[in-house]
Design a protein around this ligand. Sequence first.
Ligand code: SF4
Length: 344
Amino acid sequence: MEKIVQPLLKWFETHQRELPWRKDRQPYHVWVSEIMLQQTRIEAVKKYYARFMEELPDVESLSLVSEDRLLKLWEGLGYYSRAKNLKKAAQMIMAEYHGVFPDSYEKIIKLSGIGEYTAGAIASVCFNEKVTAVDGNVLRVMARLSGSKENVLLPQTKEKFKKELQKILPEQSGKFNEALMELGETVCLPNGSPLCRECPLLEYCVSYRDKLTGEIPVRIKDIRRKKEEKTILILSCNGRIAIEKRLQKGLLSGMYQFPNTEGFCTEEALKAKLQPLKISFLGKAKHIFSHIEWYMQGYFLEIAEPSEKYLWVTPQELTEQYALPTAFQPFWKKCHSLPDSFIK
Ligand code: SF4
């Protein structure tokens, strides 16, 4: 395995992509980008990252931002607990380290929302500490290089590769970790389509030699998600739309949503209950969270009297000030194309 170190570092020098958070490799920049990248592609993250940094350029500003504003800045990235943990960690850094980002793996991993991979990435990339940073890209590269058919989703497989990597980590540990991730993201691509001809490690790769790149990595998932059905109601009255704040705990906590009910309601049932002036079906949509799947249908209803249960906002206020989870967006978008819609 140690044979891969030099060719990989050399390749990285000339092939690394220019990314906003690579300009200075400051811990705050690397940290925020790593958290955003956990569930989102690099190209999509770039615009969220720029917006976030413009408004919250350092640990202190992040520690002071209001939750509503933070969630608005995070809107579209999903997994909102990540944003809340960022703020919590920023508050810890202000309280325990006077606003200076901690400089060792042991300290970094104690911050809210930071796991082994992110701590390893920050400690190695920003402080050159000799620790590994093993994400899905690195696992794929390691499994293919070694020709391993072990399930990469199992913790023991990850541990095995971490140990192997720890043995060969060079002095430039940050560069090496980044290079492995970059190779996974740009050359050793998932779904059986790696660009082996462009790979600096081709001569050491067992999967390439044995024509196993289509079978490796082996990923066997065991996910049983709870399924829930919902009817989403976009209630309008006098040019305003009803929204409500979700509970402070649990899924999408603290975000705003359209009123909704469990199960699929029929148009007749909604007419009888709400007596709308107008009603339009907005179609169906599905949203998958890590442990729950929502199967939704939506209705746009114009009603005569605004209920005090809800917050009534203009479409512009909703778009600019309130964080609306991605799950509800298809219905909101559909409202824009309704005949005679006041929503622009
Ligand atoms: S040779 Fe192909 S399969 Fe092997 S590490 Fe390189 S890109 Fe991945």
